[in-house]
Design a binder for this molecule. Structure first.
Ligand SMILES: Cc1cc2nc3c(=O)[nH]c(=O)nc-3n(C[C@H](O)[C@H](O)[C@H](O)COP(=O)(O)O)c2cc1C
Length: 233
C-alpha cells in the first residue's frame, strides 16, 4: 500500500450508526482482530483483550448497557476493547520468553525490562507501593523529568494502549468494506458484567462492526493549520 491509498482509507472511514443485518465472515473478523493484535503497546505488554459479542441475548443486554445506542442492536458483531490492569503479572514473563525465542530482544534489553517494568507497574500490597510512587513523583517532579507512571495512572495507560488497537481494527474493517463506530457512550461496569469480565478488566471502547446501511453522513474536519503546531504551541 502507498501513502495515497492509506490517506484515502483514513479520510473515508466513517463512524457508522446504521448497519445491515448481514453477518461478518468469521475469517474477515479474525483478520481484523489480527490487525488489532499487531498494534504497538508500551513495553510490548499487550494489555488489550478483544471481546467479541455476537450472541443475540448478550447483544440485547449490551445494547442496554450502551445507553440504548441502536447500532449495538443492528450490527451483527460488537467488539469490546478491554485492558488488563494486572497485565504486568499476567503477560510479562510470556512476552519475554516469546521475544527471547524470536530474537526480538537481546540480553541487555531483557535486563533493562526486568528493572523498568516492575518499577513502572508494581503497586505492592493494598496499592501501598503505588501510593509511595505517587508521593515520590509529586515531590521529585519539579527537580527531574519523570514519565507518566502506569502504577499511578493505570486506567490512563490502558486506555492509551487500547485506542491504538481499536484504530487499527477500524481501519482494517474499512479496508475490508466493513463499517464501525467507536463508542464511549456506555456504562463500563454494566458492560463488564454483561461480558462476564473479571473486575481487573477496564472496558475502554466499544466498537460495533458490520456492513453499513445507507444514510451515513459525510464529515468535516477543522483545517490542518488550526491543529498543527511546529516546534511548540
Ligand atoms: C472516543 C470516541 C468515542 C465515541 N463515542 C461515540 C458513541 O458513544 N456513540 C456514537 O454514536 N459515536 C461515538 N463516537 C463517534 C464520533 O461521534 C465520530 O467519530 C465523530 O463524529 C467523527 O465522525 P467520523 O468518525 O465519521 O469522522 C465516538 C468517537 C470517539 C473517537
Amino acid at each position: 500500500m502507498n501513502l495515497g491509498a492509506f490517506g484515502e482509507l483514513a479520510r473515508t472511514r466513517r463512524a457508522t450508526r446504521s448497519f445491515r443485518p448481514d453477518p461478518v465472515p468469521e475469517e474477515t473478523l479474525r483478520e481484523l482482530l489480527e490487525c488489532a493484535r499487531w498494534a504497538p503497546s508500551g513495553y510490548n505488554l499487550q494489555p488489550t483483550h478483544f471481546i467479541v459479542m455476537n450472541d443475540p441475548a448478550r447483544k440485547e443486554a449490551l445494547y442496554r448497557a450502551c445507553l440504548g445506542q441502536k447500532q449495538i442492536r443492528e450490527a451483527p458483531v460488537t467488539v469490546l476493547f478491554a485492558g488488563d490492569r494486572d497485565v504486568a503479572s499476567n503477560h510479562f514473563e510470556d512476552i519475554l520468553k516469546l521475544d527471547r525465542e524470536g530474537q526480538a530482544i537481546d540480553a541487555a534489553y531483557e535486563t533493562l525490562l526486568r528493572k523498568v517494568v516492575p518499577l513502572a507497574f508494581g503497586r505492592g500490597p493494598l496499592g501501598l507501593l503505588a501510593l509511595a510512587k505517587r508521593l515520590y513523583v509529586t515531590i521529585a517532579h519539579p527537580f527531574t523529568p519523570l514519565p507518566d507512571v502506569p502504577a499511578i495512572n493505570m486506567d490512563r495507560w490502558l486506555t492509551r494502549q487500547a485506542m491504538l488497537a481499536a484504530m487499527s481494527f477500524m481501519l482494517a474493517a474499512h479496508a475490508a468494506g466493513l463499517a464501525t463506530v467507536p463508542m464511549e457512550g456506555f456504562d463500563p461496569w454494566r458492560v463488564r458484567e454483561v461480558a462476564g469480565l473479571p473486575r481487573r478488566m477496564l472496558v475502554t471502547l466499544v466498537v460495533p462492526v458490520g456492513y453499513a446501511a445507507p444514510g451515513t453522513r459525510s464529515k468535516t474536519r477543522l483545517p490542518l493549520e488550526r491543529l498543527v503546531h511546529r516546534n511548540g504551541w
